[in-house]
Write a protein that binds this ligand. Structure first.
Ligand code: PSU
Ligand code: MN
Length: 316
């Protein structure tokens, strides 16, 4: 697949398919690559990367998986590029702040929610689907660890479909930060905030919407309002019958947090460490719940992108 850049924009390499869809105003869904490279075990991660793209297509939208390869931003990956993300162990984890250095030094890496949201919006993509957002970590008072996802979402015009924030985090504190940062949060067919691996975190959400069309109407209202750019978070719970058993979740997570402290895991490595610990500690059950959540989010993301799309209006 050849790649083209937005005219006059040498930074973004759009696949032909994504470039054409954006030109036509057809629905496109951005997908992040960190979940593939750092969030899921090999070799399942490659199957999942392909499956997520298939789900988007089945719903009538075009998938745009985003990554940085050899110092170039790619929006829409071909099959070789997808394999590279899933199998090369030298992929870095790139948040927004890492992008300029990666581009300047010709490095390759997977993009987190913060980098993906920025790049998707930059390319004119309206909807982005992922697993669970990053947020405030449980030991925030001593570590000050808050994912840069939140800051980027507070200043990026994009709709993000997720299963809430990862339950390894301090969920109430993260919801408070989202409120302080003025990030719009709506529950999808739920009045409680989802708990990533769990159907519910037990925390309330202020708004609940029931269809992709209603979400598209909110996106249009946001655009007419024309306030400062910020994200619309659509929190879509994993179905109750596919969630991780809450008692098992709590038990293994407590072990994972203790192991993290013992092993002195810090910075960017924390989230992948905890996710991996949960997969092993639950004998794969957390992986199945994570995947069920991501699949649901990607499907809903495609439906929202379709409801919002205005085909045949070419990009200016
Ligand atoms: N959702 C998942 N699995 C993941 C992630 C999200 O289901 O691995 C990734 C996203 O890329 C998110 C990142 O941006 O974890 C958060 O990392 P940190 O806490 O270091 O900001
Ligand atoms: Mn962090």
């Amino acid at each position: 697949m050849l790649t083209s850049t937005i005219p006059g924009d040498r930074m973004l390499h759009l696949s032909d398919e994504v470039g054409e869809a954006l030109d036509r105003g057809s629905p496109v869904v951005a997908l992040e690559s960190t979940i593939i490279s750092h969030g899921l075990p090999q070799p399942r991660n490659l199957e999942v990367a392909r499956e997520l793209e298939q789900i988007v297509r089945k719903e009538g939208a075009i998938p745009a998986t985003i990554a940085v390869l050899d110092g170039n931003v790619h929006i829409g990956l071909n099959k070789h590029q997808l394999i590279r993300i899933a199998t090369h162990n030298d992929m870095r984890k790139l948040g927004f702040r890492d992008l300029s250095v990666a581009l300047a030094t010709g490095r390759s890496g997977a993009t987190t929610v913060s980098a993906t949201a920025f790049l998707a919006a930059r390319a004119g993509i309206e909807v982005f689907a992922t697993g669970g957002l990053g947020g405030v970590h449980r030991d925030w008072a001593s570590s000050l660890d808050e994912s840069a996802d939140l800051d980027t979402l507070s200043r990026t015009r994009i709709t993000v479909v997720c299963a809430g924030v990862k339950s390894i985090l301090d969920v109430p504190a993260t919801l408070q930060r989202l409120e302080s940062l003025n990030v719009t949060v709506v529950g999808y067919r739920t009045t409680t905030f989802p708990g990533f691996y769990l159907h519910s975190s037990g925390e309330p959400v202020d708004w609940s919407l029931d269809s992709p069309e209603e979400i598209a109407v909110v996106m249009r209202a946001r655009d007419e309002l024309d306030g400062p750019a910020s994200a619309l978070v659509v929190a879509n719970p994993v179905p109750e019958d596919e969630q991780l058993r809450p008692d098992l979740h709590d038990l293994v997570l407590a072990d994972a947090l203790a192991a993290m402290r013992e092993e002195g895991v810090v910075g960017q490595a924390i989230t992948p460490f905890l996710l991996d610990y949960l997969v092993r500690g639950t004998k794969g059950a957390s992986l199945e719940a994570n995947l069920a959540a991501v699949r649901g989010n990607v499907r809903l993301g495609a439906q929202i992108a379709r409801a919002f799309a205005r085909p045949h209006i070419a990009r200016a």
